[in-house]
Design a binder for this molecule. Sequence first.
Ligand code: ZN
Length: 161
Amino acid sequence: MEGYIGINKVLIPHGCIEAAYEHMRKAGQRRVEGVALFAGKENGEVFQIERTIIPKQEAMSLEEGWLYAVDGDELHKINVWLYENKMSLMAQIHSHPSEAYHSQTDDAYPIVATVGGLSIVVPNFARGQVDINKCAVYRLLPEMGWVELSEKEKNGLIELI
Ligand SMILES: [Zn+2]
């Protein structure tokens, strides 16, 4: 199987998701969307997240509002780091000012673009408690693109540890 299609469990330590929320809350105080990346290792059908990567990012003005942007140099640095640490990116997580959904821009310019990878969108600039059920979770599927997971699917796939 290619990419992460064979993965049926993604373990995210509380500390990793808290670090991402913390970053998104800070960005939200400036009314800007924030993005973070989850890196880790595959073990059979399980993907264990080990690190939260906060890429250098800038706010970019778009029709929909203020979107994060990560440049090519930064992505290259991240890829070198991943290679040296034998990790890969399973998921990206970013905040929206209000509603959580994958915008056209999110579909078109994902940082994680591996088949089977995840994109998590957090509402309300990540204010409040970490709650995966309040987030919209999308998985990149072959020939289908980014498909939103049902509540049952995301709870079956993602486990906070
Ligand atoms: Zn978005």
